[in-house]
Design a protein around this ligand. Sequence first.
Ligand SMILES: [Zn+2]
Length: 435
Amino acid sequence: MEITPLQEWIARKTGISSGENLDAGTLHDHQLDLLHKTLDLAKTNSPFYRHHLRNVHVQDLKSMADIVNLPFTYPRDIADSGLQMLCVSQSEIARVVTLQTSGTTGNPKRLYFTREDLELTADFFAHGMKALVTQGQKVMVLMPGPTLGSVGERLTTGLEQMGCRTVVHGFVNDPGQVIDKINALAVDGLIGLPAQVLSLARWPRNILPGRLKSVLLSGDYLPRAIIDAIQDVWRCPVFNHYGMTETGLGGGVECQALKGCHLREADLYLEIVDPQGKKVPHGHPGEIVLTTLTRTGMPLIRYRTGDISRLLTARCACGSSLKRLDRLQGRSVYRYNGMELALQEMDESLFRLKDIVDFQVTIEKQQQRCRLNLEFWAIPGGKPDLALDIRQILHEIPGVARWINQGMLSINDVSPSRNNLFFNPGKRKIKEIIT
Ligand SMILES: [Zn+2]
């Protein structure tokens, strides 16, 4: 097994001669230096941060542990004050990403990146991807491109730097058509959303055996059931990537040990905190808090991502001393009158059904109780009584059965979808309708 390529990359970016000499102390010294620079940049150039950090004296931060003395920033800060967070003039912004927020405030979040910020992302991809693809491979990206700064475009730039060819297809809409393209173009690596890549693995017209050398899943939390299902069919390693627009798309990627993402620590500093914002004991789960260390357009300082995970404590089997982030926990939990329904629990059970490609859970809220509807998308020629299997499994899921037994939930309609369910790709979530 090869050590994560991020070890050598981070060592070089930190000014250390080789990965062997990279230790936590040296890395923290370097990160502290970058944090000081980021704080100076933000306090000097951004009206938001000038006010937000008015009580912060940069030189009081003597070690990275002192970062806990800085105030948090929240998604609503980006929604309300995004432009005031800029540290450069708008003419220096090369890419703006607009994200709808889940809250009811209405303002979308806008994130701004300079050309330099975008270059750093491609550089991370060019090195992080070495864990799973090698020079000469042809990689299909099942994510949007080719606009400057999009994930497809940045991956193309990064992968071309390491001598790979890329085909940016965009999201999967018709699995059969994507499979034909993979076979025709002799693609041997795939990058995509977990459920979308699963659809390709399960589709009856499959990819020629031995064709794919590796798969990278990104863009959503990753159920174990999906990793197992893809590995079962294609017999190739399935890598996880952690990232969001706020991390500059790239955030961390698994090494060949496939046990947690090594992080982009030369550019980002991640903390894990409890709901009160206190640092959790090492290895405990909590919310990921992000600080950018090299971002020049719109730095994020102690940004509450809302993502839940934990740092793994043991040294990685690849031999690296770099931190590792476990798979994210699913964020979609429906809460009503003390009832909590987690999509993750349903994903882990239902994606084990071999004929399922995707499904959408909708909760109909009525007085005092809820009805669960499930629309599923099955492979063509799949089991005719799949709906019955799904119903049975739903009743066996502890987190669903509990609420049924307490009379707070009933399973209403379970039926095949008339459409393919990928028309609105993105993070999986439970939908709510009020009747
Ligand atoms: Zn590793």
